[in-house]
Design a protein around this ligand. Structure first.
Ligand SMILES: Nc1ncnc2c1ncn2[C@@H]1O[C@H](COP(=O)(O)OP(=O)(O)OP(=O)(O)O)[C@@H](O)[C@H]1O
Ligand SMILES: [Mg+2]
Length: 330
């Protein structure tokens, strides 16, 4: 097991007051998992991430990372483990403003024992991996929010960490850029990277394969995304509201749907009307992320063709035009 946590607690002391941020957490995370940690503000997500990332030590309990007992380590050993095993991505990017993208990515190599002649080459490779090969000499002020976060991800990856940890990585990004960044995490996971993210957004959590929910410093639930009841309910509600906004009959009302279908067939013939390739999605429609959509489809199930309006609505951004689905429109 890559991560093995047992009865982990963290108590902060503020004068005479004690804050119990974590109250006995058990958690196993295997290599190459993609986990989202969710929970209300103050539930202990960042506290847990900081301990996972060896930025902080627990008050009690055990944390084994790659069979090393991290909870017993001194600050010096802890920082060495952090440097070798952990890549951190933060909401606020945390880049050095005066340094180029390349220099920012090189920094962990310069500080680590892994420093060697090839550090610039490795930093360049990491920037290529996140799609920023053309922006290496730009400084953070010359990059968009999404590009800054890509630099931060390249910096987190450059040491070849066992775990990529991201605390609200899309918190400062607009929804389209957030989807791009999540697609990048998804790709890294497909390439074998273990990824753990903290997020408040259900659609962002939908990119992960497993959702761990915290409440008041304890694990409330821990489920595969495909079967997590809260997430599945979110997907259902998002689809329904997208369908309503697009004028598609409510699928939960099958009697009404059948009547509507009969009416439509009377006027259009049994074949129905091909989906209009220029359907515009109203801006107010909540969009289910493409990653979340795949959770609705059984594994290995091909995307239905022709694309149904509700599916299109849910995977497209507002104002985008429908693409021609594989196999063409009906
Ligand atoms: N350094 C600290 N000193 C004292 N209390 C702290 C400290 N850091 C966190 N806390 C407290 O511990 C609890 C958990 O905080 P934490 O930052 O882990 O929450 P979170 O789930 O990440 O919240 P958010 O979603 O707002 O980021 C909170 O009650 C917080 O006030
Ligand atoms: Mg937090």
């Amino acid at each position: 097991m890559l991560i093995r946590i047992r009865q982990l607690t963290k108590t902060y002391t503020m004068g005479t007051e004690k804050v119990h941020a974590l109250r006995g957490v058990d958690l196993d995370i295997a290599k190459n998992e993609f986990v989202a940690i969710m929970g209300a503000s103050g539930s202990g997500k960042s506290t847990l991430m900081n301990i996972l990332g060896c930025l902080d030590q627990p008050t009690s309990g055990t944390y084994d990372l790659n069979d090393k007992s991290v909870h017993k380590m001194s600050a010096g050993s802890l920082s060495q483990v952090r440097n070798e095993e952990i890549g951190f991505v933060f909401q606020s990017f945390e880049l050095l403003g005066r340094a180029t993208a390349l220099r920012n990515v090189e920094l962990p190599l310069i500080y680590s024992r892994k420093r060697f002649w090839g550090s610039t080459k490795r930093a360049k490779e990491a920037l290529h991996k996140v799609g920023l090969g053309e922006r290496m000499t730009h400084k953070p002020s010359q990059l968009s929010g999404g590009q800054k976060q890509r630099v931060a991800i390249a910096r987190a990856l450059v040491n070849g960490p066992s775990i990529l940890l991201a605390d609200e990585p899309t918190g400062a990004l607009d929804s389209k850029t957030s989807e791009d960044i999540m697609a990048l995490f998804q790709q890294l996971h497909k390439d074998g990277q273990t990824v753990i993210i903290v997020t408040h957004e259900e659609d962002i959590a939908g990119y992960a394969k497993r959702i761990v929910r915290l409440k008041d410093g304890r694990i409330l639930s821990d489920n595969p995304t495909d079967t997590d009841p809260i997430h599945q309910d979110f997907l259902k509600r998002s689809l329904e509201s997208a369908q309503r906004a697009a004028g598609v009959p409510d699928s939960s009302n099958s009697a009404q749907r059948n009547r509507d279908q009969e009416e439509e067939e009377k006027t259009l013939g049994a074949e129905g009307k091909p989906l209009n390739g220029l359907l515009k999605i109203p801006a107010a429609v909540p969009i289910v992320a493409a990653g979340a959509m795949t959770a609705l489809l059984a594994p290995n199930q091909p995307v239905p063709t022709p694309l149904s309006p509700d599916l299109c609505v849910s995977v497209l951004n507002s104002n985008q035009q429908l693409p021609t689905p594989p196999g063409g429109l009906a």
